[in-house]
Design a protein around this ligand. Structure first.
Ligand code: GTP
Ligand code: MG
Length: 227
């Protein structure tokens, strides 16, 4: 009781109001329901894809003696981020626009021990006949200028509901423990743009990414020699 809302919570409330506010109460309720339905569908898609990844990990750890997946995280994009992204794209904030234009409402991050595990997991997932690959961005073979490395895919999976089957899109990011370490820290640092040595920091972050990539390669070679 009596708790004050944080700035973010306030922003979120405003955006949701703007987003879901209809001409009248009935319309608002209707929009809220269709938004909640869509988010439920994205959550279900995350479950489907996560289960597939867990099954693969389970099977491979039984026949090999190690797990190709270290951990799996997932998230649903927050309403405030959904509204912001649609705004940036010059699109109206509606349920239809979300479904049609956003590929990253449902997001899964798979952390693998070694670089070759990334490609193994990606291949085994996309070989399955109910998965359609919509797009791939290989930031491992082609790192971003800032040094970011990760394997990104947008996949589509049919999800069965009580009265319909819906193809749902999920963003899957696959990276090594080391790439994840760099991305997490870079994410925390990059928004602080008003520091004096900004350019030097960017350069040093990039150097860190390269050191990490070299270590990833070395660890993979070590493992291959031992196996
Ligand atoms: P978004 O509008 O951010 O979704 O980017 P995009 O549609 O161009 O897709 P892209 O595949 O490039 O990036 C999607 C996601 O990857 C981001 O939301 C981040 O989670 C992650 N990502 C991409 N680039 C970087 C980066 O430079 N640093 C970090 N830390 N994460 C990144
Ligand atoms: Mg995104």
């Amino acid at each position: 009781m009596g708790q004050t809302m944080t700035k973010e919570e306030n922003n979120q409330k405003e955006l949701v109001k703007e987003f879901l506010g209809g001409e009248n109460e009935e319309e608002t309720v209707e929009r809220l329901m269709s938004f909640n339905t869509l988010m439920m569908r994205y959550r279900s898609a995350i479950r489907e894809v996560t289960t597939k990844l867990q099954v693969l990990d389970d099977e491979l750890s039984l026949y090999g003696d190690r797990n190709p997946i270290e951990s799996i995280q997932s998230r649903i994009k927050k309403p405030v981020s959904i509204a912001e992204k649609l705004g940036r794209m010059g699109l109206p904030v509606t349920v239809e626009a979300i479904e049609k234009n956003l590929n990253d409402v449902a997001g899964i991050r798979v952390i693998c021990p070694f670089i070759d595990d990334i490609y193994k997991v990606a291949n085994m997932l996309t070989c399955q006949d109910d998965i359609t690959v919509v797009a791939v961005k290989d930031y491992i073979k082609n790192p971003k200028p800032n040094g970011y490395r990760s394997y990104h895919m947008i996949v589509e999976i049919p999800v069965f509901f009580s009265d319909c089957k819906k193809p749902m899109r999920v963003e899957v990011q696959i990276r090594t423990v080391a790439m994840d370490f760099w991305a997490s820290l870079e994410h925390q640092i990059k928004y602080k743009k008003n520091v004096p040595e900004h350019d030097t920091l960017i350069q040093e972050l990039k150097e860190c990414a390269e050191t990490i990539a070299a270590t990833d390669e070395k660890m993979q070679n070590l493992r291959r020699r031992i196996e």
